[in-house]
Design a protein around this ligand. Structure first.
Ligand SMILES: [Fe+2]
Length: 293
């Protein structure tokens, strides 16, 4: 299926569109046998998915000239129709490097290093704040989390709140391609809740994977394809219904080196992060806001 004009990519990175690849769509997790193993710091398991998860096909290729044009930003970029890519400023990079987070072996170690030297952390926090403020569009923003994932996981998102406190990593069920959001949102309002910035703090590249369709676009495509009762489809079940009916709609994958960031409307598009092929701990810092430029 052809890539449609939808969510755009505003790319400030020198590598340009070389860091974006595209595939031929998605697949139900049980229909693809790929036993990627996590084997890191004494941790060994084969990632398992939630019952109704859809994952990405692996036939990634470079974008064609037409596809690049389809993703190019226009003058109306905003916090719900654009993925922004960039590098954090050098002085902020230095602050992160001084904390040496990137050789950590666990979440605990990352958190320990973040709070170990109050002065360094304060300096970092001031610089991070002025960086974020520049892109915050005069709207409030807030710290969301430090994301830490093992290497070699194709799609990292999971809901561990459903698991017992002493869960084993092998108990985790990854959710596959999904949209974020809460019960406060609907398909028609998911674009009104801002976006997120995620900065790669790992020693390796990590990938942001997404479908360049807004929730309303995905819903309209479904309405044309099938007769649906508006009550049967909602913000929670739309990914499964969409991928079942449009397994051939291409997915995009963006490679982000250490200290590069993405800003994305993750309530308003299907997406996930990936550490497939990596060897070291995956670390990112995430803020919610209405970032744009
Ligand atoms: Fe997400």
């Amino acid at each position: 299926m052809k890539l449609k004009r939808g969510i755009m990519i505003h790319n400030q990175l020198l590598e340009g569109y070389d860091i974006v690849t595209i595939n031929s769509g998605s697949v139900f997790h049980n229909d693809r046998i790929a036993a990627d193993t996590v084997d890191f710091n004494g941790l060994q398991y084969i990632p398992q998915y939630e019952e109704d998860a859809y994952i990405v096909k692996r036939d990634w290729r470079k974008l064609s000239a037409v596809e690049k044009k389809t993703l190019q930003p226009n003058n109306n970029c905003n916090d719900y129709n654009t993925v922004y890519l960039g590098d954090i400023p050098d002085d902020l990079k230095i602050c992160f490097k001084q904390l040496a987070l990137d050789d950590s072996k666990s979440r605990d170690e990352v958190l320990r290093k973040l709070s170990y030297d109050a002065q360094k952390t304060k300096k970092l926090s001031t610089k991070l704040d002025s960086f974020l403020f520049n892109y915050a569009n005069k709207k409030p923003y807030s710290f969301h989390c430090i994301g830490v994932n093992p290497p070699n996981i194709e799609l990292v998102a999971c809901d561990t709140t459903k698991l017992p406190p002493n869960f084993k990593p092998s108990d985790i069920r990854y959710m596959g391609l999904h949209n974020d959001g809460t019960t406060l949102m609907s398909i028609y309002t998911a674009h009104k809740f801002g976006n997120r910035i995620s900065i790669n703090l790992s020693s390796e590249s990590r990938h942001f994977i997404f479908v360049n369709l807004s929730m309303i676009q995905a819903y309209n495509m479904l309405k044309k394809k099938m007769s649906i009762n508006e009550n049967d489809i909602n913000i929670a079940n739309i990914p499964q219904i969409f991928f079942k009916h449009f397994p051939d709609y291409p997915v995009l994958k963006i490679k982000l080196k250490p200290y590069q960031y993405y800003i994305a409307p993750t309530d308003n598009c299907f997406h996930d992060g990936s550490t497939l092929g990596n060897k070291n701990l995956d670390i990112c810092i995430i803020y919610f806001g209405s970032f744009q430029y």
